[in-house]
Design a protein around this ligand. Structure first.
Ligand code: B12
Length: 352
């Protein structure tokens, strides 16, 4: 990792409130129509957006990883575009961000940070304005997945649960239910929120309902023979997305592992305590929001430093790792996997 990019990352994090204020003031001063179009609430929103952009930028710089910031800009282009903020406004906001970074951060650090932003702005025209559905056809459970998602979107969690319980009763493997029904439905719910088709309440409802239905399958998880291996699965500190890590833990459980799943937002010291107490073979660290990747790196560094964890193999995964195939190496993990099935395959390879 270059020291310039690390310095730029630290400088942004140390002064993000000031930088965000400077860039929104500059943008509204040179485009007075923005104040008329969006009003004071719009200015506040713009400030929040600026802070959000800076958080993602600081993380991308911390790993000297331009793709991490470009992925974020592609996501935000769709998200804002679907809320009637034109891509040209986003581009001008980002160009101003680059200018403020050049002005306010000293020397090479400011120039590099601005360059990350400029590169993403240049890539914007090729970034999509809309997103394809995650409810793909042609898989054995596609129809069932569609019915499950539709039941949840109608607010009918009992009907959704019934679809799954009946399928399991007919012999559909729980692993297929996880990867062909729960996972695409969750991704689709996220897409629908991103493109402004559903609100936060519906997204929360669907997630809570899926967690409930997962729990209804638990007796199926614990029925196999044990293989004498232990997994600790956790979401990194600050990250609230718990289903990915839970699915990973459940796949290991179904493969005969003893699993200890700590859920969302777990402090590093608590993870180490769990690894030691359980005499764990593998730690699975999950992060979904890209600006938590440094937390993954910090947790891994702490585990590596602790001699009691010397034999622990570490996997890192989740949303940013799936779009950045080399990121797991940058955080110091031993391996990764794009989904729960790949996670267990990676553990098998590493422990051989
Ligand atoms: C549900 C949800 C939430 C819930 C989470 C509740 C809960 N109890 O989990 C809540 C409301 C808290 C939430 C909050 C936010 N969210 Co959210 N969320 C989602 C959503 C819709 C589903 C997540 C999920 O359940 N996925 C299903 C699981 C099974 O998939 P998975 O996590 O990818 O896991 C699989 C693999 O990645 C892999 N894996 C995962 N972990 C690991 C670990 C290891 C070691 C390995 C090997 C593999 C592995 O295996 C898993 C199983 O196959 C996603 C959409 C999406 N695409 O995921 C958005 C999404 C992730 N959220 C998003 C955002 C922006 C946010 C917020 C920042 C919104 C805000 N402004 O507040 C906050 C951040 C909160 C925080 N501090 O973490 C964006 C992220 C975009 C981006 N570019 O970063 C997404 C993509 C939505 C979207 N399409 O816009 N969210």
């Amino acid at each position: 990792m270059s020291t310039v990019s690390a310095a730029a990352s630290d400088a942004i994090l140390g002064r993000c409130a000031q930088l965000a204020e400077a860039l929104v003031a500059s943008q509204f001063a040179s485009h007075p129509e923005l104040a008329r179009r969006y009003g004071p609430a719009g200015r506040e929103k713009c400030l929040q957006d600026a802070l959000f952009h800076l958080a993602y930028l600081a993380e991308a710089l911390a790993f000297d990883n331009r793709a991490l910031f470009a992925d974020y800009v592609a996501w935000v282009k769709v998200m804002l575009g679907k809320r009637r903020v034109p891509a040209s406004d986003l581009a001008s906001h980002l160009e101003r961000t680059a200018q403020v970074l050049r002005e306010q951060l000293a020397g090479e650090a400011g120039a590099l940070a601005a360059d990350f932003v400029d590169a993403a702005v240049r890539a914007m025209p090729a970034m999509p304005e809309d997103l394809p559905t995650h409810m793909h056809e042609g898989k054995p459970l596609s129809l069932l997945a569609h019915q499950y998602e539709q039941a949840l979107l109608r607010g009918e969690r009992q009907a959704a649960s019934r679809l799954v319980i009946d399928a399991v009763g007919r012999g559909v493997p729980v692993r297929d239910i996880y990867l062909q029904i729960f996972q695409p439905t969750q991704y689709e719910i996220g897409r629908l929120w991103q493109v402004n088709d559903i609100g936060v309440a519906k997204e929360h409802f669907c997630t809570a309902a899926t967690q409930l239905v997962m729990s209804q399958l638990y007796e199926k998880l614990f029925s196999g023979d044990k293989i004498g291996r232990t997994l600790v699965a956790t979401c990194v500190s600050g990250d609230l997305h718990e289903l990915g890590a839970r699915m990973v833990a459940d796949f290991f459980e179904m493969a005969g592992w003893d699993t200890f799943y700590t859920g969302a937002n777990t402090p590093h010291a608590a993870v180490i305590e769990a690894l030691v107490e359980r005499n764990a073979d593998v730690l699975a660290v999950s992060a979904t929001i890209a600006y938590h990747v440094r937390q993954v790196q910090a947790l891994i560094a702490e585990v590596r430093k602790d001699p009691r964890c010397a034999r622990v193999t570490i996997l890192a995964g989740g949303y940013p790792f799936n779009s950045n195939p080399e990121l797991w190496r940058q955080v110091g993990a031993d391996g990764t996997g794009r989904d729960a099935q790949e996670a267990i395959a990676a553990a098998g390879r590493l422990l051989k």
